[in-house]
Design a protein around this ligand. Structure first.
Ligand code: ATP
Ligand code: MG
Length: 366
């Protein structure tokens, strides 16, 4: 649970200090007042990187040489402090005064789930966005998955390099042999994990979406580009081997989990093609609430970050969302209190960015 945040020369803020409520936190301001910047900073506490940019200098206030963010949060009732110093060339992260050299050193991690408008591209965009989204959830649930994914990508990259480099088919085939056995073993393990994960995820999404939408049948299915049978490794190996000559002609690797996709349907119609804007938003909300549920099943303390999402939902979906997360910390941005005033009880913190006021439960100064 996030207790406090301090920003120095971060994005539009020279200085900002905020304290947070254990449950509902509303960040209220009109356009371009820094709401998303605050959400971005909190996201960095969880993921140690931004969701908007990979370029450090963009996070540093214009005209300044570095920026700094520090956070206090509770992990299993223990107070932790994380500090991030950002310079154009890199970031330094300290947890409880100890430098973190590697993401893996980040134990007692602050867990967050973010939902923001760009997430709709997970439904509408290219397969890579869906793979990245699902991979990020599996990584948080099973950290070794990140290493398996990195190993697979490394072998794949080397194989593709070889396909482009060698002109003589026989020597190329000999080189590919050394990569293919590894690629198939690593790839089959990824497929297996994604398949198992998607079956669980689908069951949770289905139930939530059914409630949220008043009976729509949502389905999320893992689509491999190989017709996978019960013995994943064997069928993968057969298809992969049969395709080697084509790979050589095209100088790239056609089959494997790097080309897989997830098919998302409502009543058997592909959401990407047929769903309305409101339906897509509801599907994404169902997926985000399912992500939250899965992450909460192994780490009780999770904070939900909602940027620019709340006001886009209709009243019944807003209510469903608030009920679903009533027992956890939520931090969300709003431009207008009217969007929420009939739906919320008195137990919340209102952060007015424009005037830098913190108002508890509609009453000033508690
Ligand atoms: P909206 O309601 O439109 O989503 P917002 O309150 O979320 O607005 P932010 O996206 O947080 O607004 O951005 C606030 C301002 O921060 C923008 O005007 C932007 O130009 C400014 N900004 C972004 N990066 C920097 C930076 N590195 N230095 C200074 N200002 C920045
Ligand atoms: Mg914004």
């Amino acid at each position: 649970m996030l207790k406090s945040l301090k920003l120095v020369n971060f994005r539009s803020f020279s200085k900002l200090y905020l304290k947070f409520h254990p449950k509902k936190n509303i960040i209220l301001a009109s356009n371009a007042k820094g709401k998303s910047n605050v959400i971005e900073a909190i996201y960095m506490l969880s993921f140690l990187k931004s969701f908007r940019t990979e370029r450090n200098h963009e996070l540093i206030k214009f005209g300044c040489s570095s920026s700094y963010a520090s956070f206090e949060y509770l992990y299993s009732d223990i107070l932790n402090r994380l500090e991030i110093s950002i310079e154009p060339k890199g970031k330094l992260v300290k947890q409880n005064e100890k430098m973190l050299k590697n993401v893996k050193d980040y134990t007692q991690k602050f867990e967050a789930v973010l939902f923001e408008p760009f997430d709709l591209n997970i439904l509408k965009g290219a397969p890579a966005l869906r793979r990245k989204y699902i991979d990020s959830i599996i990584t948080r649930i099973s950290p070794s998955y990140r290493d398996e994914l990195l190993s697979y990508n490394k072998v794949l990259m080397n194989r593709n390099k070889a396909l482009k480099m060698y002109r003589d088919k026989n020597s190329l085939k000999a080189v590919l042999k050394s990569y293919d056995a590894q690629l198939i073993t690593l790839g089959a393990a990824l497929i297996e994990k994604r398949k198992t994960f998607t079956e669980n995820f689908n069951a949770i999404c289905k139930a939530i979406h059914n409630d949220l939408s008043g009976g729509e049948d949502l389905s999320i299915e893992y689509k491999t580009n190989i017709d996978i049978k019960a013995d994943i490794k064997k069928t993968y190996e057969e298809a992969f081997t049969a395709n080697i000559d084509k790979d050589i002609d095209r100088k790239s690797t056609a089959l494997g989990p790097h080309r897989d996709d997830y098919l998302i349907t409502i009543a058997e119609n592909e959401a990407k093609k047929f769903a309305s804007q409101g339906q897509l938003r509801t599907v994404m909300l169902s997926m985000k609430l399912s992500e939250l549920k899965m992450i909460r099943s192994f780490q009780k303390d999770v904070t939900l970050l909602l940027d620019d999402v709340f006001s886009e939902l209709d009243k019944s979906r807003k209510k469903y969302l608030l009920d679903a997360v009533s027992d956890m910390q939520v931090i969300f941005t709003l431009q207008d209190m009217d969007d929420i005033k009939d739906l919320i009880d008195d137990d919340y913190l209102l952060i007015k960015l424009e005037t830098n006021e913190m108002i508890y439960g509609g009453r000033n100064g508690r």
